[in-house]
Design a protein around this ligand. Structure first.
Ligand code: AMP
Ligand code: FE
Ligand code: FE
Ligand code: ZN
Length: 289
């Protein structure tokens, strides 16, 4: 068994990179990809540890992108794009692009602090960045709001202050999915659509059309197995990758205590099971790229 989707505390997971490696070895994983949001810091910290202990570790990243899906009105949907760098380090142009994404996130965070302060919430950028380490996101704002008593829990913080439909919402610039796919490819990576169920395109034909468009833009693979996928989704996406000539991929999307019902390797109540050959399939796409 392998797991190609996991987060450390360098983004919004709760385990340190070393703890995640330890957990992976403990449950007998044959390979693990660290796919933190917008940062390689967790992977880079874990790499020597994994090498010393004989765990195959894959460099990954998860990027939030926007996609004008070819459905009624070309509504913009959020598409999470995973990228795996299977043959060495990302090219310099990709690293420069990623640095700009990180800068625009920090800019959003500063504006979000201002907005919340204008709403009477007493927080500072330093407080939230201390929680966020190398990659501060809204989940860290949520934790701070709970700690300071402005919200009862994470969901409450998003409902009252941080979510898209809440008064404190501050949008973050994100790349178009096709642009991100092209940049991953140019940087030597394999672009993979994460948890397609979260595109929330409920009509099967429209969903297929949308994913075909991403395939035409250079998408290499899609998650068939994910902790948000029940048996019906696994069956649908397994068929879809075959029809669209994408490679199948998958992982738990483990976040540790931040998502306590999702286990490394096996997902939610054992709904994730990714075989070693799946990684070989991604490698084949990297060579062809
Ligand atoms: P950011 O990338 O900083 O904008 O934060 C995005 C993250 O916030 C997502 O990956 C989720 O983990 C979390 N998130 C976004 N919306 C919600 C919501 N309505 N409720 C709970 N968590 C959310
Ligand atoms: Fe996350
Ligand atoms: Fe995601
Ligand atoms: Zn994830």
């Amino acid at each position: 068994m392998i797991d190609l989707h996991a987060h450390t505390n360098e983004s919004d997971g709760s385990l340190t990179p070393a703890e995640l490696v330890d957990r992976a070895i403990g449950i007998g994983l044959e390979a693990l990809a660290i796919t933190d949001h917008d940062t390689f810091a967790g992977y880079e910290t874990a790499a020597p540890e994994a090498a010393a202990r004989g765990l195959e570790l894959v460099r990954g990243i998860e990027l939030n992108t926007f996609f004008a899906a070819p459905q009624a009105g070309r509504k913009r949907v959020n598409a999470h794009l995973l990228a795996y760098f299977l043959n060495g380090v990302p090219g310099p142009a990709f690293v420069t692009w990623l640095t700009a994404l990180q800068a625009s996130r920090r800019d959003r965070n500063a504006r979000l602090v201002q907005k919340l302060r204008s709403m009477g919430v007493d927080i500072t950028i330093d407080e939230v960045e201390t929680l966020g380490r190398s990659l501060t996101g809204r989940p860290h704002f949520a934790r701070l709001l709970v700690q300071k008593g402005y919200a009862g829990n994470n969901e409450d913080a998003f409902r009252r202050y941080l979510g898209e439909d809440s008064p404190g919402y501050v949008a973050r610039e994100a790349p178009e999915t096709a642009d991100a796919i092209a940049r991953v490819r140019a940087g030597g990576g394999v672009p993979v659509l994460a948890h397609p169920v979260r595109l929330q395109i409920h009509d099967a034909a429209a969903e297929r059309h949308a994913i075909a468009e991403l395939r035409d833009a250079g998408l290499a693979a899609m998650e068939v197995w994910h902790s948000d996928h029940g048996p019906r989704e696994v069956e649908r996406y397994a068929r879809l990758v075959q029809e669209l000539d994408l490679a199948p991929s998958g992982g738990s999307d483990f976040h540790g205590a931040a998502k306590p019902d999702v286990a490394l390797g096996t997902g939610r109540n054992g709904n994730v099971a990714v075989r070693r050959e799946i990684l070989d399939g991604l490698r084949a796409r990297a060579v062809l790229a």
